[in-house]
Design a protein. Structure first.
Length: 704
């Protein structure tokens, strides 16, 4: 069976066909594996897409809920009459309570514009109109003539006071203002201050002097009086109060008039600031007011931009859009080279004129990206393998719920275009894309395919090698049986031949009889050695070989072996050289086993000596070891044979050795015996120049 297997695999064509069949099978399996990986990649993409869709829907739901909250504010606004001041405070509340917006405004079809700080070209709030009585009217006209035409300020004061006795609230503001003005022109500053303080009592009535709010007009005059009388501290205090009134309450009048007052007071404050008339706490108040002033100018610029962009864009479509007043719309415009986005509602109001209003705001993208969306993303549980992230329109990462190892996302889905140009994305914790993950699996599959092929090839090689080895062992065993039979047959034939000769009585001479007896003895010893080798090998194979170690003179052992072999060597015309130390060399050995190993070496030396019939036996000491060398000048061997000569049944493949019979066990047994003594056996040889085998034994050792 082994021979058949070996013969099958020894055929190159059949072996190649078998290998090709294995490769085809592996290729088919790998292709199927690749197909499965591709299908799994599609499934992974679908799973990631579903997760990303849910993530996007979560974000959009949160945004929509805030939009609905904003719409709720608008629905309340549309049902009631609202003044411009109320609208400004309403815008302030809306901005404070809605994190997705900033810079809210209300715009009407006429271009009227309101922000939390500014009302520009909006309809002026109507002050209460009072009918002036005839008596009050007569004195008022005489007072104005005395003040402006005659410049008789004292008489003008008397006439204003007579008119004041018959005036109502609305008239009182104008008349008191005239009285205070006349005292100021007369340089009666204390009485002027008193009248302006009296005028300040009307500041919350929403009344104006001309188009200027009462408190603005009064505070302006008071500040000028303190400047005239050089009371800088009080002047600073009044200017700050006036400045605060201007930045906190812009009035609904001509923009140029309001800006005149604001810039005038701002310049006065700045001069006082620069001249160090203000202490640290006052400077801090002024600094905050100046920031508000800057915001007012920004809002005014904002008003111009909105009128020129949004209003112009929507004028033709406002009537149509008004029917969809609950829908949030978006608009993009360019400002100083930067694209900005507005959100706006079209709303109708039956109480305001014009009735069609636009509520708008800028998208607070900074707050949305840095606070709102990260808060939403952190609240989504994605497991341990992925992070949630946010990308801009260029796919740069704006935010991620974990520490990224790379910016390559797994999958991304764009948020609604009308809101912000952002994408919700998923990231692998290791920073790998789906393609990289699948590529790794494909590489692993390819590696597995390669390993499978390699393992199969190695397996086939092992099978071939094992079959070859078993075939060789089988052949060696067959040769061994043949050689043993021949080895046994030769000495038995010689013993039988000389025994029969002696038995027949033909040989009468004593010397001849002794010679024949010697031959019979040598051949029987040879036969005994051969049988002992076979029996020892059997014991070695079964692990039953035992040794009897004793401390003994190893020189005596060598001498006995030489003495037993000397007659055979003399008969074969060998020149024997022996080199032994003169002193005793004690070693812990099994004398019989060492003798057998030495006999096996001598037997090989005799067999393979060829024409160089010379044998050297040398014993020498080396440190704690004692060595026995057997050298011949025979046919020798190549170095490549060294690794095999101690194997069971192995015989050198050499034409010169083909006719030499042997069992192939001598060196195997010798090596086993030496290694059982914890020693070594080595060889030096060269083809055509003989061989030298050296046994090296420790003087003493302990069996483990």
């Amino acid at each position: 069976m082994i021979k058949k297997v070996y013969m099958i695999f020894s055929s190159r064509g059949i072996a190649a066909a078998g290998l090709l069949l294995v490769l085809i099978t592996c290729a088919v399996l790998s292709y199927n594996d690749y197909e499965a990986i591709d299908k799994r990649a599609e499934q992974i993409k679908l799973n990631y897409k579903s997760t990303t869709d849910l993530l996007r829907d979560k974000i959009e739901h949160e945004i929509i809920s805030r939009e609905e909250k904003l719409t709720g504010y608008l629905n309340i606004l549309q049902t009631q009459v609202r003044s411009s001041n109320y609208l400004k405070s309403w815008l302030t509340r809306v901005e404070k309570n809605n994190s997705i917006i900033k810079a809210p405004f209300i715009l009407n079809q006429a271009g009227g514009f309101i922000t939390p700080l500014v009302s520009s070209e909006w309809e002026t709030d109507k002050a209460e109109l009072i009918q002036v009585s005839e008596i009050a009217s007569i004195y008022f006209k005489k007072a104005e003539a005395a003040e402006f035409n005659e410049r008789d300020f004292s008489n003008a004061i008397k006439l204003y006071m007579k008119a004041l006795h018959n005036a109502t609230t609305g008239d009182s503001v104008v008349l008191i203002s005239g009285i205070a003005r006349c005292y100021l022109k007369n340089k009666n500053y204390p009485r002027a201050l008193k009248e302006y303080d009296r005028l300040m009592k009307y500041k919350d009535a929403g009344l104006t002097i001309g188009s200027i709010p009462v408190e603005i007009a009064a505070l302006t005059q008071i500040a000028d009086i303190y400047s005239e009388i050089h009371k800088n501290r009080k002047r600073i205090s009044i200017l700050i109060e006036l400045y605060k009134n201007l930045v906190d309450n812009s009035w609904n009048s001509n923009e140029a008039e309001y800006n005149y007052y604001l810039k005038s007071v701002s310049n006065k404050i700045r001069n006082l600031y620069l001249n160090n008339f203000a202490d640290d706490s006052t400077k801090k108040i002024i600094s905050n007011l100046q920031k508000k002033e800057e915001s007012i100018y920004e809002d005014e610029n904002y008003a111009v931009i909105i009128r020129n962009t949004l209003l112009k864009e929507l004028k033709s479509s406002v009537p149509m859009l008004a029917t969809r007043n609950k829908e949030l719309n978006y608009f993009q415009y360019a400002d100083k080279g930067t694209n900005s986005r507005l959100g706006y509602f079209i709303m109708t109001n039956t109480f305001l004129k014009p009735k069609l209003l636009i509520f708008g705001f800028q998208i607070n993208s900074n707050n949305i990206i840095k606070n709102l969306l990260p808060q939403i993303l952190r609240g989504v549980n994605l497991g341990n393998d992925t992070y949630a992230g946010l990308l801009n329109q260029n796919d740069s990462v704006l935010f991620c719920t974990g520490q990224l190892k790379g910016q390559k996302y797994l999958i991304a889905e764009r948020l609604r275009d009308k809101f912000l140009p952002l994408k919700a994305a998923l990231f692998d914790r290791e920073g790998k894309s789906i393609e990289q993950q699948i590529t790794k699996e494909k590489q692993q599959a390819f590696l597995l395919f390669g390993l499978t092929v390699v393992v199969l090839i190695i397996g086939i090689s092992i099978i071939i090698s094992a079959a070859k080895h078993e075939y060789q062992v089988s052949k060696l065993k067959s040769d061994f049986v043949s050689n043993v039979s021949h080895e046994l047959k030769t000495p038995l034939s010689i013993i039988r031949m000389f025994g029969e000769t002696l038995e027949s009585g033909i040989v009468k001479e004593k010397s001849k009889q002794q010679e024949f007896y010697g031959i019979i003895k040598r051949e029987s010893e040879r036969l005994t050695d051969l049988i002992n080798n076979v029996l020892d090998f059997s014991k070695i194979e079964s692990g039953k070989k035992e040794f009897n170690f004793k401390e003994i003179d190893i020189i005596e052992v060598v001498k006995k072996v030489i003495e037993s072999y000397k007659l055979q060597l003399d008969g074969l015309k060998f020149r024997l050289e022996v080199i032994l130390p003169e002193k005793r060399v004690m070693a812990e050995i099994d004398s019989g086993a060492i003798s057998q190993a030495l006999i096996n070496l001598l037997s090989n030396a005799v067999k393979y000596s060829g024409d160089g019939k010379y044998i050297l036996i040398e014993t020498f000491e080396s440190g704690d070891n004692v060595s026995i060398a057997v050298e011949d000048h025979g046919i020798g061997m190549d170095r490549k044979e060294f690794k095999n000569i101690f194997d069971n049944f192995y015989r050198i493949s050499n034409p010169k050795t083909a006719q030499i019979k042997g069992t192939g066990l001598g060196l195997t047994i010798a090596k086993y015996i030496v290694e059982a003594h914890k020693g070594t056996i080595s060889v030096k040889s060269e083809t055509g120049r003989g061989s030298r085998f050296t046994i090296s034994l420790p003087r003493s050792f302990h069996l483990s």
